[in-house]
Ligand binder design. Structure first.
Ligand SMILES: Nc1ncnc2c1ncn2[C@@H]1O[C@H](COP(=O)(O)OP(=O)(O)OP(=O)(O)O)[C@@H](O)[C@H]1O
Length: 739
């Protein structure tokens, strides 16, 4: 329906006569057309087989072609990560989005809906039919169940008070005062020095009604998010990179640990993201410990006692994070997990980081396995790329907070204010008053009659990592708003944090064809950069090979760390400017610079990325490893991986599951990772199929992987068009959550 028509050749079918089947007209029998669409890559082989299998569920009457076509379209939507087929999105004159249509639907939307309802294989919500038609959306029964169940669980959790809040409810006033004082201590008012736990800062934090309402910028949303999570079984803390999600959760865990010992688990969708979460929690704990011990108050003994209690509780906060798969208990060769509704997880609080990567089926499995009494905290960035599989769960959860604002109305130079203009917190009156009492901030301006889900959400808007007026943050913010003028301004200002490399493709006059990549000056500059950046890692490696002094040798972990300073990210996999092409160019450039000797498949220094799960070895899709000398047996090369728990895993190269070289990786695979320096490669002249992958979420995700410097190899046209194209995932989840 929304697929590419690239490669479509003028086929003999276009000359054929239309055959009338009542509800649809075709230029050839449908099975032939399905084959043709598969060849033209408008359908996957799975889509075609699914449609043909489903045809068995419908009598071979005049309506059967319509039924088969809708099944093919539904499967096509699922293959494109949508959760359902929205009937109103079907283009009747060209439902398959062909160059020359071979199929037409001659029914109005109402008639199409009525016809579908009359089919035996299609049922309403709650029925046990293979296909479900619900509110203009056609679902596979399973996906309908995922969606309705996820919505019901999230609504139930957001309407329930947390165990912590339940325990405290019988002594509400004293409890509120106590919590308020603890929150004030952890979140002092001075926003310019938010970590300084000084008495002055605390007292200025108390805001009375008479002082008027603060602007959103003066509200410490980290404090509000903590107060939210203390009261609700569901809390969703979202925000861009460096907005303090981990810092907030660490303070929340600290408060929870002061009250009672809870079974807390930390998880993330990938091993890399889990390892990062672990590191961030450790770093955040260390920062907090330092602040607490250095800010002993000479005047206030009670406060010092609190600090001591904080420090003790800090020690109890768990640091280890695992993957979602590990938490749920993988059963090899089975789509099911060991933990489910009948065998729930044993925990009181589950924290899921990088929640934007969690797809709809996974969210369903996770929520099903959550015990009745437990609380759930989702952390993530709703603006990042949606999950690799169906759904955009985090974006749907946050959808109700989105403001309908034209980008041109926004201030151009401040991330915080821009993001505030895009989003608006929505609380029930009860929640706004409760949060105001706990935090001292006036939150009544955020009262809305939106559904209760709003009570569980908190969006952090101020990035502490990127300065609002510096390059990476400004560019990320402009891309996020699809603000083309803002994007141009940022590049024109030429900040030191950003480098632009223009594809210089010479178009041959005779062949009207762009030149070979080898003549692309932009690509050559990128390869120079790659040799310089990877050169630091490879030089360290080469000197290691000739250094036998254990005292001065860098450790394997140091080597892996130095590789992780830089990464090239590609928008797509195949082609000269996809992962495959760029990896070949970089390998060649590094070999020419004598930094590597790629004489055999597994050469010293080759980075690899795993492409499938191997539960026996403990390696998962997306794990990145380096081919290095085995410290125990230097004469042999082993693939080295750092696991989520920080341990080193060594694997004989011959035993590796499918993998590829990883000087360059896709933006999708980079989610959950960060690098000091990032280079994004956009194709110079994308095909129709490639344009569909080039979205603002992809560009935003690539930019925000960079901590220190971001380079883009591209053309202005491609960068701008990609930045103005938002991902649309067909789903009914946002409607179910927000009504
Ligand atoms: N209120 C604050 N004031 C000053 N610095 C802060 C504040 N909150 C967080 N930071 C700093 O910002 C940096 C990022 O914080 P943190 O890791 O908590 O953000 P995050 O949203 O979890 O980031 P990521 O998206 O990368 O996981 C840290 O160095 C932290 O010390």
């Amino acid at each position: 329906m929304m697929r590419s028509t690239q490669g479509l050749n003028a086929h003999s079918l276009s000359a054929a006569k239309w055959i009338d089947h009542g509800a649809i007209q075709l230029t050839a029998p449908l099975p032939e057309l399905l084959k043709q669409w598969e060849q033209e890559r408008l359908l996957t082989p799975l889509d075609r087989h699914f449609a043909l299998e489903m045809s068995l569920l419908h009598p071979s009457d005049s309506q059967q072609p319509l039924f088969i076509l809708l099944c093919a379209l539904l499967s096509q939507q699922l293959s494109s990560q949508h959760s359902c087929l929205v009937l109103a999105h079907i283009v009747p004159l060209n439902p398959m989005a062909e160059q020359n249509s071979h199929c037409k639907i001659s029914l109005s939307l109402e008639a199409l809906t009525e016809t579908l309802q009359s089919f035996d294989a299609v049922g309403q919500a709650g029925s046990n039919k293979p296909l479900i038609l619900d509110n203009g959306r056609l679902y596979l029964q399973r996906y309908h169940q995922f969606e309705t169940s996820v919505a019901a669980s999230l609504i139930r959790l957001s309407g329930s008070v947390s165990k912590h809040s339940e325990d405290a409810s019988h002594q509400e006033h004293t409890q509120t005062a106590k919590l308020r004082s603890l929150l004030d201590q952890l979140f002092p008012a001075n926003l310019l020095a938010p970590h300084s736990l000084t008495r002055n800062a605390i007292t200025t934090n108390v805001i009375t009604k008479s002082e008027g309402t603060q602007s959103a910028a003066t509200i410490d949303w980290q404090k509000v998010a903590t107060a939210t999570a203390l009261g609700k079984k569901l809390s969703v803390i979202t925000g861009g990179p460096g907005t303090g999600k981990t810092t907030t959760v660490t303070k929340l865990l600290l408060l929870l640990q002061m009250e009672s010992q809870q079974e807390i688990r930390l998880v993330a969708p990938t091993g890399k993201a889990a390892a990062r979460l672990s590191e961030s929690i450790k770093a955040s704990k260390a920062r907090l410990a330092k602040e607490l011990s250095t800010h002993a108050d000479v005047v206030d003994d009670a406060r010092n006692r609190n600090n001591q209690d904080f420090l003790t509780a800090l020690g109890r906060i768990p640091e280890e994070a695992s993957t979602l798969h590990r938490l749920l208990g993988v059963i090899p060769n089975s789509p099911h997990f060991r933990h489910h509704q009948g065998n729930p997880l044993r925990l009181d609080l589950l924290i899921v980081d990088e929640a934007s990567m969690v797809d709809l089926p996974m969210m369903y499995k996770l929520l099903s396995a959550l015990p009745e009494h437990a609380s759930l905290i989702l952390l993530g960035d709703q603006d990042q790329l949606a999950s690799v599989e169906a759904g955009a769960v985090l974006a749907d959860i946050c959808a109700g907070l989105k403001m309908p604002v034209a980008p041109n109305n926004l201030a151009q130079n401040n991330i915080a204010s821009n993001n505030q203009a895009l989003w608006q917190m929505r609380y029930s009156k009860e929640q706004a008053l409760r949060l105001s009492a706990l935090t001292g901030f006036e939150l009544t301006p955020y009262i809305s009659d939106a559904p209760k889900l709003g009570d569980s959400l908190c969006m952090l808007m101020h990035s502490h990592r990127f300065k609002g007026d510096a390059g990476i943050g400004l560019l990320a913010s402009a891309v996020n708003r699809a603000d083309l003028q803002g994007i141009l301004q940022v590049w024109q200002q030429g900040p030191a944090e950003l480098s632009w490399l223009e594809h210089s493709m010479v178009v041959s006059q005779t062949q009207a064809k762009v030149s070979e990549p080898v003549n692309n000056a932009g690509l050559n500059l990128l390869l120079e950069q790659a040799c310089q950046q990877y050169g630091a890692y490879l030089s360290a490696l080469n000197s290691l090979a000739s250094n036998s002094d254990v005292g001065t040798r860098p450790s394997t972990a140091d080597i892996i760390e130095s590789f992780n300073q830089y990464r090239i990210l590609c928008a797509m996999r195949s082609g000269d400017y996809g992962v495959e092409g760029i990896n070949q160019f970089v390998t060649q450039a590094l070999a020419n610079a004598k930094l590597i000797k790629p004489l055999q498949e597994f050469y010293l220094g080759r980075p690899i990325i795993i492409q499938s799960n191997d539960y026996n070895l403990g390696l998962f899709n997306g794990d990145i490893g380096l081919i290095l000398q085995d410290e125990d047996k230097p004469e042999r090369l082993m693939a080295h991986f750092i696991k989520a728990d920080g341990s080193l895993l060594k694997v004989l190269p011959a035993r590796l599951p499918s993998h590829e070289t990883c000087y360059a990786m896709t933006v999708h695979k980079s989610q959950g990772s960060e690098f000091s320096r990032v280079a994004l490669v956009l194709p110079p002249s994308p095909s129709l199929a490639q344009w569909q992958l080039l979205t603002k979420e992809l560009v935003y995700t690539a930019i925000t992987r960079a901590k220190v410097h971001f380079t883009c190899l591209g053309t202005q046209h491609v960068f701008e068009r990609a930045s103005s194209q938002a991902t649309q995932r067909a789903s009914g989840l946002a409607d179910r959550l927000w009504g």
